[in-house]
Design a protein around this ligand. Structure first.
Ligand code: PEP
Ligand code: MN
Length: 249
């Protein structure tokens, strides 16, 4: 069984996959390719919290059998987002890690529900949350199960989609002794800047990265503008690993 300790043996931890699962073929194709390129965990989101209600909301429970089959055939652990309490039980068999998105960081009933079992949880930082609020959210789940994920915050700077706040990520890691991974995709909002933000996170000494990756990024239904190709992902992972060695040894 995957637990926080054994998943964090991957140094740095590399998480990749599409923003959202859209078909069985799509997720099978991406899963095997990102695994070959060095990913330790697949992001496989069946439900998507979207800003607008008429945007694609994810395939939902229809995708559960696809992921079941994928786990047998591709053998890569799955990190899956839940946006509602009832989904926690629904995906218990297929999710190795639960995932709480930025917009749900303070959905305390949802946090309590994912904390009720032993699985590790990736907890993304809210769009304007302080480190104290982020750690408070981790405590609702149970700090020992949580891997924090910095994904950029809203600031006065409008140069990219969000501002990657490595300062807070470092405080969470060093003052609160929490593992922190970084999502350069949502901070950048544009695919050409994703590798650079990933390198800056690793250079800062953080524990891993989460990158939206697709075999054909322009076909992705959600966040395609920030989704990188498997080829770029492969090159990025190579450098990320080299940088990690330089910084940590
Ligand atoms: C995502 O990971 O696809 C996502 C929507 O991220 P966030 O919750 O950080 O906005
Ligand atoms: Mn996304």
């Amino acid at each position: 069984m995957i637990n926080k300790k054994n998943i964090l043996k991957h140094k740095p931890l590399i998480v990749a996959g599409p923003c959202s699962v859209s078909s069985k073929e799509q997720i099978f194709d991406i899963a095997s390719k990102v695994k070959d390129a060095g990913a330790h965990l697949l992001r496989a989101q069946l439900w998507k919290p979207r800003t607008k209600p008429n945007s694609f909301q994810g395939v939902g429970r229809k995708g559960i059998p696809w992921i079941k089959e994928l786990k047998e055939k591709v053998e890569i652990p799955i990190a899956m987002e839940v946006v509602a309490k009832e989904q926690v039980n629904l995906i218990r068999e297929i999710a190795d890690l639960y995932w709480i998105g930025a917009r749900n960081m303070q959905n305390y009933e949802l946090l309590k529900e994912v904390g009720k079992n032993g699985k590790p949880v990736i907890l993304k930082r809210g769009l304007i949350s302080t480190v104290g609020e982020w750690i408070g959210a981790a405590d609702y789940i149970g700090r020992e199960k949580v891997i924090l994920c910095e994904r950029g915050i809203r600031t006065g700077a409008d140069s990219m989609k969000f501002t990657l706040d490595l300062n807070s990520a470092l405080v969470a890691k060093h003052d609160f002794k929490m593992p922190v991974i970084v999502d350069p995709s949502h901070s950048a909002g544009r695919r050409d800047m994703v590798p650079q933000l990933a390198y800056s996170a690793i250079a800062a000494g953080l524990d891993g990265i989460v990158i939206e990756t697709h075999v054909r990024p322009d076909l992705e239904l959600v966040d395609k503008e920030q989704t990188i190709s498997v080829d770029v992902f492969k090159k990025t992972v190579k450098k990320v690993k080299e940088l990690y060695e330089v910084v940590n040894h």
